[in-house]
Design a protein around this ligand. Structure first.
Ligand code: DGL
Length: 272
């Protein structure tokens, strides 16, 4: 059995393309429809109510396009809205928190994990809980790093200034007595700064990104539900944005190269 329908992806903006990129690499037969709610991004400073409402409006759009499964690629939405979203749709939904938490719990040897993310993600303690569910003996230190998304959105991915901001942002974790040997990047944008994180924390700390872990989890999920796309048929990839198409293309191109430039504007309820 196979299913040629697309997999839906949702993020607050362009950051979820880090997850999409890993999925296309890992599952080249799968077609995808990606929606970025750029008109209302960033979600990190939003209230839980806003994150839940905006997420549902975007997922309604994906569901109306007959996707076979949805990846909530946004960490903030996964952390805050996933339980509500699961009740709303009758199809497999995959968030990024669980795959990232599992990967971190497996990676740590001293059973200490540092987690960074947006203010809303850290406030939810979703990563804390998910890691504890994997292994209750893992100590988890969480810290919000709100300065990093604006940096990435501005296309600043390297250089001394960026290194300085990253170093200061994670200092409460790196300087803590907890001394974690694993750093979990709990935000779509952070994989784009992965080499800077690695340089700062050094070779003894594993840097885990949720994009890679989520691509593996999606492969399992499609297999489990008998939803794999047939082999040998070309995959189609569509990107939708609630915001400005040109702005989406510019930032996607700046961050990822020219792969994601067939973007269409979509009006979802609430963000029209
Ligand atoms: N996509 C968000 C996340 O992964 C980061 C950007 C935002 O704050 O909307 O948490």
């Amino acid at each position: 059995m196979s299913d040629r329908r697309a997999v839906g992806f949702f993020d607050s903006g362009v950051g979820g393309l880090t997850v999409l990129r890993e999925v296309i690499r890992r599952l080249p037969n799968e077609s995808t429809i990606y929606i970025g709610d750029n008109a209302r991004a960033p979600y990190g400073p939003r209230t839980d109510e806003e994150v839940k409402r905006f997420s549902a409006e975007c997922l309604d759009e994906l569901a109306s396009r007959d996707v076979k499964a949805i990846v909530v690629a946004c960490n903030t939405s996964s952390a805050v809205a996933l339980p509500d979203l699961r009740l709303r749709y009758n199809m497999p939904l995959l968030g990024v928190v669980r795959p990232g938490a599992t990967a971190a719990a497996l990676a740590t040897r001293n059973r200490r994990v540092g987690v960074i993310g947006t203010a809303a993600t850290i406030r939810s303690h979703a990563y804390f809980q998910a890691i504890k569910e994997e292994d209750p003996f893992v100590e988890v230190i969480e810290h919000a790093t709100p300065d990093l998304v604006p940096l990435v959105e501005a296309g600043r991915l390297e250089g001394p200034l960026v290194e300085d901001v990253v170093r200061r942002s994670i200092a409460p974790i790196t300087d803590s007595d907890c001394d974690p040997d694993t750093l979990l990047l709990g935000c779509t944008h952070y994989p784009l700064l992965a080499s800077i994180f690695r340089d700062i924390v050094g070779p003894d700390v594993a840097v885990i990104d949720t994009a890679t872990a989520t691509a593996s989890a999606l492969a399992h999920l499609l297999e489990m539900h008998d939803l794999n796309a047939p082999a040998g048929e070309p995959a189609q990839h569509v990107q939708l944005t609630t915001g400005d198409v040109a702005a989406f293309e510019v930032i996607a191109e700046r961050l990822f190269g020219t792969d994601f430039t067939q973007v269409e504007r979509v009006a979802v309820a609430g963000a029209a």
